[in-house]
Design a protein around this ligand. Structure first.
Ligand code: SAM
Length: 224
């Protein structure tokens, strides 16, 4: 998969994509992630990428001509990619959507900043995504959220193929994950359930299924 990210702050991505699973996924060729600075598409000599809103009001608005030029170029480099605009006004992101995105050949993620973008850019994107009903200063963190959640679903990225399928919200389950324990067997009077130490895989599986149901009923009845 090829992921292109358009941002005014490329440095923000440095730490997140150079650590742990994201780093390995790129090194092993499962994903190619490129960060592009919107300023590279600025048209005038002052490298202006934003301007004051028509009608007045606070903040600056990203310019449609600059964004459009960038999108055209990125689409040329990542031709099968889905173009996603990050905005609090978009569809609320979910595990289901990340599973769909992980099937795509490529993604182009557009991070806004300041007051957002010129409304007209909406006509040149495939989808608008929000990561939740709150407003962040920019689309960089939402872009990171999408990349992280999608890349871990690409076949081969996680060491154990099953580990994504047993996660909370994963396809075919739509439930929360089950409780997990590791050593020590007892901590502060709290013991690891005996069944998990029994070595009986059928029993363990059944216990996990029951726990998953119970936990989902208690915490997220809306999922059932
Ligand atoms: N004025 C905009 C509005 O009311 O919809 C909010 C602009 S916000 C301060 C700046 C940028 O951050 C947005 O253009 C978007 O790219 C990004 N952003 C902020 N919150 C977001 C969210 N919940 N999901 C996705 N992107 C978000």
């Amino acid at each position: 998969m090829k992921i292109s990210i358009l941002t005014l702050f490329p440095e923000m991505f440095e730490s997140i994509f150079t650590q742990s699973i994201m780093k390995r996924a790129q090194k092993s060729g499962f994903v190619e992630i490129k960060i592009h600075n919107l300023r590279d598409w600025a048209i005038d000599k002052h490298k202006m990428v934003d301007d004051r809103p028509f009608g007045g009001g606070p903040g600056m608005v990203l310019k449609v001509d600059v964004l459009h030029a960038a999108i055209l170029d990125l689409k040329e480099q990542n031709s099968d990619a889905k173009i996603i605009l990050l905005t609090p006004q978009g569809e609320k992101y979910s595990q289901q959507r990340s599973e769909q995105f992980s099937q795509e050949k490529g993604l182009i993620l557009i991070a806004g900043h300041y007051e957002g973008f010129d409304e007209r850019i909406r006509d040149y994107v495939d989808q608008e995504i929000s990561i939740g009903d709150y407003v962040l200063t920019g689309g960089e963190i939402p872009a990171m959220v999408i990349v992280d959640s999608v890349v871990r679903l690409l076949p081969g990225v996680l060491g154990d193929e099953n580990s994504a399928s047993t996660d909370s919200f994963s396809a075919g389950s739509d439930k929360l994950g089950c409780p997990q324990y590791t050593r020590p067997e007892e901590f502060d009077g709290k013991k690891v359930p005996d069944v998990l130490k029994s070595g009986d895989h059928a029993k363990i599986e059944k216990w996990r299924e029951e726990q998953t149901k119970k936990r989902t009923q208690q915490r997220r009845p809306d999922l059932i």
